[in-house]
Design a protein around this ligand. Structure first.
Ligand SMILES: *Cc1c(COP(=O)(O)O)cnc(C)c1O
Length: 361
């Protein structure tokens, strides 16, 4: 029997993306240029911020955001242990110290009620993550940051298309996006930082391009974190079609909500719009049981994701250099999460197959 494989993610690339790339290739201008600027302007518009600065990846977007706010050695940055490692690594690149705050079990996001207890006189910033596309509790976080004079950096790598009340995720503080191949909006590799602060934007632009404002006059130690016009061309088309692809993700999530009858399904707060980067369910029990279920689904041609099996504070390079901490919720959740395919390339048949397989685990 032929097994039809259902993948956990699939870049949604059409003819218009291909044409846009060919146009750039034919133009003779490949590096960061007009096309990138255009993409930046339209992305800022989409998020409702004044500025957007394109970068080579989500990781470099995070690194630049920290540097643009002057964060470095001796500073502490409050963050979540339950994230893709790039969040924490970007803090380590600057020489600052990540300080972990445990998560909420229902949204998987940093628990805003536990942030204040982690603030010291070294705390400079809160780097939160809108994990899986569900926004963090922004009203409370912004209020805490204001009261303590802290910078807010939002890792919105998974949150393009996510809204908290009437604002796009990432637009509250300094917001960082990723356009990696599996993300809701992709250029293969790429990133973006959004801000309403003119000075921050200028700093980001300078640091992205070897500390130059004027050609070959270097004002500080910078990097080559530029996006190419080839990437920007893909991103521009993806953004035009974004409302459509997001609607398909939302419909897919809705299908699972109505048809999966087991396990703990994702919870969405009433004042939020979920971007459905991942549709993550909780299988109560230990990792062995979860891993057995994952294998069982794989045998039926369904690939699911385990995001993430080990929280950041338990990763080798981090527990090797930071004092050990206990994050009970993150540790528990890491043993029982499973993310089901929710990407826009799924057919109704695929959704039926996944739901039935999950109901019969
Ligand atoms: C993808 C991702 C990143 C890193 O983005 P890259 O473009 O892969 O560098 C950072 N944080 C989170 C939460 C991500 O999912």
């Amino acid at each position: 029997m032929m097994v039809h494989n259902i993948s956990i993610s699939k870049p949604d690339i059409g003819e218009s993306e291909k044409k846009a790339v060919m146009d750039v290739l034919g133009s003779g201008m490949l590096a960061q240029g007009k096309c990138t600027q255009n993409f930046e302007e339209r992305f800022a518009d989409f998020c409702g911020t004044k500025y957007a600065v394109a970068t080579s990846s989500g990781t470099t977007a995070l690194h630049l955001a920290l540097l643009a706010h002057g964060i470095g050695i001796g500073d502490e940055v409050i963050t979540t242990p339950f994230t893709f490692i790039a969040t924490v690594n970007s803090i380590l690149y600057t020489g600052a110290t990540p300080v972990f705050v445990d998560i909420e079990k229902d949204t998987f996001n940093i628990d805003s009620t536990k942030i204040e207890a982690a603030i010291t006189n070294k705390t400079k910033a809160i780097m939160l993550v809108h994990l899986f596309g569900h926004p963090c509790e922004m009203d409370r976080i912004m209020e805490i940051a204001q009261r303590h004079g802290l910078v807010v950096i939002e890792d919105a790598a998974q949150a393009a298309g996510a809204w908290y009340k009437d604002r796009h995720a990432g637009s509250f503080g300094t917001g960082c996006f990723s356009f990696y191949a599996t993300k809701n909006l992709t250029c293969g590799e790429g990133g973006m930082v959004i801000t309403n602060n003119e000075q921050t934007a200028a700093q980001l632009r300078m640091l992205r391009n070897h500390g130059m404002r004027r050609r070959y006059y270097h004002e500080c130690l910078g990097f080559n974190y530029r996006m190419t016009d080839i990437q920007a061309a893909i991103g521009g088309v993806q953004l035009q079609r974004f409302a459509d692809t997001q609607e398909r993700r939302r419909e897919n999530a809705e299908y699972y909500n109505n048809n999966i009858r087991r396990f703990t399904l994702p919870h969405v707060h009433g004042n939020c719009r979920h971007a459905w980067h991942q549709y993550t369910i909780l299988i109560d029990g230990k990792a062995e049981k979860r891993d057995r279920y994952v294998r069982k689904l794989a045998e039926q041609g369904i690939s699911v994701g385990v995001f993430y099996p080990i929280p950041a504070h338990k990763q080798q390079h981090i527990c090797g250099q930071l004092p050990s901490v206990c994050m009970p919720i993150a540790e528990e959740v890491a043993e029982c999460v499973v993310s089901l395919p929710v990407h826009p390339g799924l057919s109704l048949r695929d959704l039926e197959t996944v739901s039935e397989a999950v109901n019969h685990l």
